[in-house]
Design a binder for this molecule. Sequence first.
Ligand SMILES: Nc1ncnc2c1ncn2[C@@H]1O[C@H](COP(=O)(O)OP(=O)(O)OP(=O)(O)O)[C@@H](O)[C@H]1O
Ligand SMILES: [Mg+2]
Length: 535
Amino acid sequence: MSEKTHRLGMVVSGSLTKGLEVRLDGATSIEEMAVGRYVTITGGKRSFFGMVTDISLGVTDERIILSPPAPADRFTAEVLSGTGTFGTLHVLPMLTIGGDTGDLIEGPQPVKTVPAHFAEVRLASQQDMELVFGGEDANMFYIGTPLDMETRICLDLPELVKRSNGIFGKSGTGKTFLTRVLLIGMLQKSKAVSLVFDMASEYGWEGSSESKHGKVKGLKQLFPANVAVVTLDEESSKRRKVSADFVVKIGYDEIEPEDIALLRQTLNLTDIGVEGVYQLSRKFGRTWVQKTLEINPDELPEGLNIHESSLQNIQRGLATIQRLPFLVPRSTDNVVQRILEYLDRGINVVLEFGRYTDITAYILVANLLSRRIYDQYRAKTEKAIAEDSPPPHPLVITIEEAHRFLNPATSSQTIFGIIAREMRKYNVTLLIIDQRPSGIDEEVMSQLGTKITCLLDNEKDIDAVLAGVSGRNELKSVLAKLESKQQALIFGHAVPMPVVVKTREYGSAASYNEFASSSPAGPKKAGKDIEELWG
Ligand SMILES: Nc1ncnc2c1ncn2[C@@H]1O[C@H](COP(=O)(O)OP(=O)(O)OP(=O)(O)O)[C@@H](O)[C@H]1O
Ligand SMILES: [Mg+2]
């Protein structure tokens, strides 16, 4: 803490849980303060590090409010400023830095007390920020910069992927861009592999941007050796000139009753219809979808306790699924095996949906493939434990529209609910992306290790994201004041304290260059790849 930034004011009151009131000096312009900024407070024995969560105006004497200076009387206003009138910051103390000895700096510790009255408050310096958040290295990945500073805020990625994580924000706030940045970070630093269910085909080869260029590169263009793009829609991939590694077909015989239960809403199934689905699969085994579609409702087969109208309800639902062009009567090629082969080799897999952006297709495919891949992971991990051999690469599964899989009604039944709850027992975690976090089961939300949230304006969504976080009320005002794009509040396991960042730039030639220069293939090779791209 040697570098001095300018003094803002001093602590006048407060508490550990509710935060500190800081009275600004007369010389400090209140209009230059902003929520989400950091301050350091010099206590007697240690420094405190905190976030500004509110800003207000105060007076020493209520009579000033009752008889303010005349509008033209700048002189009186200035005389009062800093004496009779003053600005106040509300500061949430979060960490202490520096031990009792004074010079020996120990790492940042969670705050357990408050500074004494009149302790000096300064804006946090670059150095302070670096001490708390900084230092890119083999594990720490640069995700963005704090407001009005150039310090690089970094996330510990091997730590991050040990738990499931969430990216939230309303439409157009930068979730997809942030996810791309984070996927690159994981590819480079986490030692985990990713499987991305890419509903709008924006991660694999190319994505769109609202900015002037209109297009941004996907992961495979930047890291061809580390990413495979597989597609459900070969025609769309060809049209977009994506070199897909293989085309995914799914057999009816791979569909299980759980998959249909999850689609209950989109397929308009009744409760009784869903029960019937389980009965039908017990009766017919693997061929149950095909066989069910062939039943004539007038001649119900023996031993089925399903009413005609329920059967028709089920048949209509299955017919909707049958129309999905990537479904074939029998699975031909083992898609799960092929995906696992890539993951085993440490290659990240992006599954593009092409034109099938319909939510039915997304839920069906993501659930069906994840369940089977997870089963394999479980088997492999158990085997590795039994034989004392290395476990498979940790796997991170990215899903969008997460509330469709993880709402309170379905989360306990889906594979995603299971993965979110059991942490990484079998080396699998989730990265969930959602605009409507209030739709996600509270228990799942509480299991997320790190949450990264862009602007949310719905009260329920804000509450859902911040539930259980200390300083929730204060962070609420910070979250509500984020800019509408490319800013996010990060809190949880992977950061020492909540932090607001301007997300690292993605999409310019310079940004690609920078990502590639810390590529796992080594700086030389990456440099060459980029020359080829921009040659
Ligand atoms: N890190 C970033 N670097 C550069 N531009 C960004 C960044 N984040 C956001 N943007 C800009 O904001 C726009 C919206 O971002 P994005 O597509 O990620 O939003 P979203 O939250 O995924 O929206 P939706 O919910 O509709 O999918 C982008 O097209 C881009 O122009
Ligand atoms: Mg998006």
